[in-house]
Design a protein around this ligand. Structure first.
Ligand code: NAD
Length: 291
């Protein structure tokens, strides 16, 4: 069994990006610049956005964090987005989700200039992704493709079962892996909360992508021998033994499933760290396009 080490792979990618940034800087005096907007004071969102800003600094990017109060109106947020859209110094930006309930998330995503949408959530970019055209692939699916690629996990002709159909993970993952691309050419089955015979389906899978958000949902009796398992789930569960007061659990019962698996991602240290690395990769791509 091989652990797909997202932490190490993400560190490798960041090192590659840092080298490229240093070269860009010395050769052309260009520094990629990522901005992030966060609205409100949700603890997990602040942790994520701070991690993104810190990662920018480590690879030599410029970063700007725009913190707005919880009671920011939709119009005020749209104004901030317009400022970033027209600012030539900003290569790409993200609006940290989820947003407070009084703000329409879809309207906000639609307002972002697709050429600066390094999260890849704008319908223009989702459409391009679905058509297999060059675009920003959203960070989590992009990270999974990269992890499978770097560990040379064969996907061509394999049966991939995706559990979950969210717009940010399950759905793009199923589209990408079925496409004619380096990490792709798979036969994909997408499953969700209304799927009736899930275990029958997962037992046929060569590769399983679990993205449903139910801790330790995928058990050993649901997978065949030599399966590859990508665990996207991250759920915080209370744990008084931890300094933070919680620990992170994936969607896969790792201890039992790993005994049958050929490749498997851990939680934490699997898909999670890859997400930030791929956001940086998208920002570098935006910077190249910008110049
Ligand atoms: P979501 O809540 O938007 O969607 C969950 C999906 O799971 C739905 O499509 C639903 O139909 C399906 N589902 C629910 N119960 C099911 C069941 N019993 N059987 C089969 N399918 C079922 O989830 P999301 O935003 O895709 O996130 C999924 C998990 O991945 C969460 O734990 C989230 O925190 C995590 N996540 C991690 C990263 C990362 O960077 N590692 C990124 C995004 C999401």
């Amino acid at each position: 069994m091989t652990i797909l080490d997202g932490k190490k792979t993400a560190a490798d990618i960041k090192e590659e990006i840092a080298l490229e940034v240093a070269e860009l800087k010395s050769r052309e005096n260009i520094v990629p610049h990522l901005a992030a907007i966060i609205v409100g004071h949700d603890g997990a969102s602040i942790t994520y956005v701070n991690a993104k800003v810190k990662a920018c600094e480590r690879v030599g990017f410029e970063s700007s964090l725009i913190r707005l109060p919880e009671n920011t109106t939709e119009k005020e947020l749209l104004n901030e987005i317009e400022i970033l859209n027209i600012d030539n110094d900003i290569d790409g930006f993200i609006v940290q989700l989820p947003l407070p309930e009084h703000i329409n998330e879809q309207k906000i995503i639609m307002a972002i200039d697709p050429d600066k949408d390094v999260d890849g959530f704008h319908p223009t970019n989702v459409g391009k992704m679905a058509l297999n055209l060059p675009t920003f692939i959203s960070a989590t699916p992009f990270g999974i493709l990269e992890l499978l690629d770097r560990y040379k996990v064969e996907t061509s002709g394999k049966h991939v079962v995706v559990i979950g159909r969210s717009h940010i993970v399950g759905s793009p993952m199923s589209i990408l892996l079925s496409q004619k691309r380096k990490v792709g050419n798979a036969t994909v089955t997408i499953t969700h909360s209304r799927t009736k015979n899930l275990k029958e389906i997962t037992l046929q899978a060569d590769i399983i992508i679990a993205a449903l958000g139910i801790p330790e949902f995928l058990k050993a009796d649901m997978v065949k021998d030599n399966v590859t398992v990508i665990d996207v789930g991250i759920t915080r569960v209370a744990d008084s033994n931890k300094k933070s007061g919680y620990r992170l659990l994936g969607d896969v019962a790792f201890d039992e499933v790993s005994k049958k698996a050929a490749f498997i991602t851990p939680v934490p240290g699997g898909v999670g760290p890859m997400t930030i690395a791929m956001l940086l990769k998208n920002t570098l791509l935006a910077c190249h396009r910008n110049n």
